[in-house]
Design a binder for this molecule. Sequence first.
Ligand code: NCD
Ligand code: ZN
Length: 347
Amino acid sequence: MSSSNLIKIIQPDDWHVHLRDGEMMEAVTQYSARINGRCIVMPNLEHPVTNRELGLKYLDKIHSLTLGQLFSPLLPCYLTDNLDLDDFRLALVENIFVGAKLYPNNVTTNSSYGVSHIEKIYPTFEILQNLKKPLLIHGEKVGENIDIFDREKVFIDEELVLIREKFPDLKIILEHVSSKYGADFVNDNENIAGTLTPQHLMLTKKDVFFDEYINPHHFCMPVVKDESDLLALRKYACSGHKKFFIGTDSAPHHIDFKIPNLNAKPGIFSSPCSIELYASIFEEENSLQNLEKFSSINGPNFYNMSINKNCIELIKESWKIPEFTIYKNLKIKNFMGGKEINWKIKK
Ligand code: NCD
Ligand code: ZN
């Protein structure tokens, strides 16, 4: 339901978010739990979540931070070159892991334990396919001769097409789709869906890359691309297309890791304002009537889960996104921090 000043939607889910560990986790988890029924929490901790025991421990920590809230964290296993397959299978059967996450080696923050040769881990895909559990993919390939803007396309052409062919029944989520090429691939193939972040719907490479430096607060992997890509992604999102849904990829880093050069860690922290940003984007595209499909319906339908029962309301009221999130010794730049935004969660 939506009028010009009020939007009432089924409670959203965030199908890709980084809650981290330790103090950072204490600082950021509340922002995801404030609105979402479920979150897929990424396992790329400094010591990644690669087995059942680590999975249980991590879920326990999140539960203890969200006691009394209607909030369910869902955790995919971090795939490595040498997982214990029996442990992996058991944790999937027990629903400790919702599925698995493929980070190709060294493509992004905390991916140094990621997979080096994807065909070597095909046995894990076999297990996922048999158990009808999804494979979540960071779809980029790095290499000396691969331009940073082409990583998604090269991954699709050289890896994803093969995975798709070899495991036709495996449910795949291509995460944080960043290009028209990637979104069209999702559209054109069976059993695959895509998540879309606020930043890939709002920024182009001109907002990140300058002659001598980058804007570290707009730097994430995959990097944002051209206007033609942004427009294609907006079209898929705002049409309510059933294969696309929220995955904020909210990925906090302490400000010291966000120095304006290429050593800045990739990752953008958006959870203090992500649903509000999505609402603004859908409003700009005259598509507020489709926000609920994108935020709350397409995701559970693809994951074969029930749609949340509660609703949330957004009102049209201008507010300023705080510039930083500060907690104990941590200072994190908020995405769009310091900017005015038109939509606000009604408490
Ligand atoms: C993420 C992070 O910081 O963990 N960074 C990012 O740029 N998106 C990792 C990821 O999802 O790629
Ligand atoms: Zn991520």
